[in-house]
Design a protein around this ligand. Structure first.
Ligand code: HEC
Length: 103
């Protein structure tokens, strides 16, 4: 019995990491599909689009850009307005989602 408990705990620790990531990416996908895709495309914008592609960009870069738009340390009328309504969680979710897409 003593062996079963630590083993179970270990299994849970091993299993929970990928599950959390999948949940984060899924939440990001929902938000991206509803909001971001209007300009940035469902996966990426069309080749002649004026909007930058986010697919496959570095997750740290994406998060930093969104925080800067939210803080208005990076200026863009559109993105300042959009990022203004994002929580830290939303930013982590959409950044994780776009980072997983193939550029
Ligand atoms: C109404 C159109 C519009 C929507 C909707 C929109 N964006 Fe943007 N986004 C832009 C524009 C325009 C830029 C370029 C702004 C600039 O010059 O910095 C941009 C830039 C960005 C950048 C910086 C890219 C880079 O190359 O540095 C990120 C990251 C980003 N958007 C994320 C998002 C996310 C995440 C969402 C959804 C929550 C979103 N955007 C929704 C118009 C939009």
């Amino acid at each position: 019995m003593k062996l079963v408990i630590p083993l179970g705990t270990l299994m849970l620790a091993l299993l929970s990491a990928p599950v959390v990531n999948a949940a984060v990416i899924y939440a990001g996908q929902e938000r991206a599909a509803a909001v971001c895709s209007q300009c940035h495309g469902i996966i990426k914008p069309s080749a002649d689009s004026v909007f930058p592609s986010l697919a496959g960009r570095d997750v740290v870069y994406l998060k930093a850009a969104l925080v800067q738009y939210r803080d208005k340390t990076r200026q863009s009328e559109l993105m300042n307005a959009i990022a203004g309504s994002l929580s830290d969680n939303d930013i982590a979710n959409v950044a994780a989602y776009y980072a997983t897409l193939k550029p």
